[in-house]
Design a protein around this ligand. Structure first.
Ligand code: NDP
Length: 329
């Protein structure tokens, strides 16, 4: 298996969202001849959004899937090799690093840029899936603008939900915040801000039964789990903010992560705890999670990889050399 299906590359990029493609554009222009594997969802999370209005350079906005086709074309035009395939296993114990694609093909890489993103968690209701992109969203900063002056609901009670509810409260008429327990998980300061916002109404002990609408959202049916009563709130937008899962499972054995699986990087860089392995985009960022910040961090990873590779040519490092974990927050 390792013979004819083994390939050696200078720079392997895993993932095809804004971080992966930006890394591909920069590494290709630096003549690193990057190979990029697109992963499970070519184009990443933006392929499941509708209009993107906050990415600089698109004065009239752009459809998320269309933007990712542009990213891909630009990376290909610069010379990146882009392939469909999923990284299923890695071995970062020594260089060249080993990455298996679809459990069979082996790529040996001098440097690896991980840009596998994160996946928003969903409630799992059929109506949520049906109306995704038609009033149902997992990103208030991306889609809140479309509901200016309207009624919206948001489900979740962590810092993300609190932050997004506050963001929506500045745009929308009222924000109905649906919380499954009788308390919030968000930090105290965020909870206080929520309480102080005059147009955020909290529904405690509340479960979402159904999002109502055919081609767009008209309402949400909720149930109070204490008294069993149901009610329907008329809304135009429904936001899900119940957390994200970084797509970092296959790297767990090798890379330092926080307790929720986000890859830790040396602050201000894309360096992980293993020299030559870099991380960019949402897989290492639970705070900003924007296309433009992901693209920026993809650029950082490319520059870090380029500098690191050129240093290796001058000063070959030992394969086991590790970055001091103490500098990683
Ligand atoms: P969290 O995991 O912290 O919170 C998820 C929330 O969603 C919880 O309130 C949880 O409820 C609720 N939830 C989960 N599943 C369901 C469900 N099926 N139905 C209804 N509610 C559900 O995720 P966040 O994205 O909010 O935050 C992730 C991490 O990022 C946290 O550590 C957070 O502090 C951090 N963060 C920091 C920010 C900042 O510093 N500015 C901004 C955003 C995030 P329950 O409480 O009942 O489990």
């Amino acid at each position: 298996m390792e013979n004819k299906s083994t390939e050696r590359v200078h720079c392997l990029i895993i993932g095809s969202g804004p971080a992966g493609y930006s890394a591909a554009i920069y590494t290709a222009r630096a003549n690193l001849k990057p190979l990029l594997y697109q992963g499970i969802q070519p184009g990443g999370q933006l392929t499941i959004t509708t209009e993107v209005e906050n990415y600089p350079g698109y004065p009239n906005g752009v459809q998320g899937p269309e933007m990712m086709v542009d990213f891909e074309k630009q990376a290909a035009r610069m010379g990146a090799e882009i392939r469909y395939g999923i990284a299923t296993k890695v071995d970062f114990s020594k260089r060249p690093f080993k990455v298996w694609i679809d459990d069979e093909k082996l790529i040996e890489a001098d440097s690896v840029i991980i840009a596998t993103g994160a996946t928003a968690k969903w409630l799992g209701l059929p109506s949520e899936e049906k109306l995704n992109g038609y009033g149902v969203s997992a990103c208030a900063v991306c889609d809140g603008f479309f509901f200016r002056g309207k009624e919206v609901a948001i489900v979740g009670a962590g810092d993300t939900a609190a932050e997004e509810a506050l963001y929506l409260s500045k745009l929308c008429m009222n924000v109905h915040m649906l919380i499954r327990r009788d308390q919030m998980r968000a930090s105290q300061i965020m909870q206080q801000r929520i309480r102080e916002a005059s147009n955020i109404k909290i529904y405690w002990n509340t479960e979402v039964e159904e999002i109502i609408g055919d081609n767009k959202v008209h309402g949400v049916r909720i149930k109070n789990t204490k008294d069993g009563k149901t009610e329907t709130i008329p809304i135009s937008g429904f936001f899900v903010a119940i957390g994200h899962e970084p797509n970092s499972g296959i790297f767990k054995e090798w890379l330092t992560m926080d307790e929720t699986g986000y890859i830790k990087t040396v602050p201000g860089t894309s360096k992980t705890n293993i020299e030559g392995v870099f991380a960019a985009g949402d897989v290492q960022d639970k705070i900003y999670r924007q296309a433009v910040t992901a693209a920026g961090s993809g650029c950082m990873a490319a520059l870090d990889a380029e500098r690191w590779l050129s240093l290796q040519e001058k000063v070959p490092a030992s394969a086991e050399q590790q970055i001091d974990l103490a500098v990683i927050k």
